[in-house]
Write a protein that binds this ligand. Structure first.
Ligand code: SF4
Length: 178
């Protein structure tokens, strides 16, 4: 049982990071193109003005998207509740931190899923240690910047590992901007 569910998204504690940071292309999921770092034109403050009619208005991609709690964790844990809207200088830092925290939370999700596999004790302990580290650590921006080339790589190697661990889920490459 997790005291804080790290993967629970709470938009009320975020700063609409997904509506700013992520890019999308006009098509069946989104009604227009948006570049990364460009606030969506449907955004007002931190709220989506078409939240209740997203699918009807051509944005089913927004309905389907879930940052797995990365946005609220970045805003509260790394930036102490600050927002790029009040201080635009934070925008590039928040973009970087959000991207990295999505990678952290993606691995939390995978490590939790591996709980249901039958793993030898040594491997199971390693899985728990990684999970504890990702969930309990209080992340700073610089630490998040180093995550992908440090701990994330270690975890990915753990997942890819030896043949006796072949039942473990394999990390997905990259992240589709949705
Ligand atoms: S349509 Fe609404 S939920 Fe989707 S990116 Fe724009 S502001 Fe965010």
């Amino acid at each position: 049982m997790h005291q804080i569910d790290r993967l629970k998204t709470d938009c009320s504690k975020c700063a609409a990071l997904c509506c700013v940071v992520l890019a999308f292309d006009k098509g069946k999921d989104f009604a227009f193109d948006k570049n990364p770092g460009e606030p969506c034109r449907n955004l007002s403050g931190h709220r989506c003005t078409i939240h209740n009619t997203l699918a009807q208005d051509g944005f089913p991609g927004c309905v389907a998207y879930d940052c797995l709690g990365a946005g609220n964790r970045v805003v509260q844990e790394v930036f102490a509740g600050q927002s790029w809207q009040r201080d635009p200088r934070l925008m590039p830092l928040m973009m970087e931190a959000f991207s990295a925290m999505r990678e952290v939370h993606k691995r939390i999700d995978m490590l939790r899923a591996a709980e249901f596999l039958t793993l030898e004790p040594r491997i199971e302990q390693k899985r728990k240690d990684f999970l504890d580290d990702l969930e309990r650590h209080h992340w700073s921006g610089p630490e998040l910047n180093e995550f992908e080339f440090g701990l994330a790589l270690e975890i990915d190697i753990f997942f890819h590992g030896s043949s006796e661990r072949s039942a473990l889920p394999v990390p997905l490459d990259g992240e589709v901007a949705t």
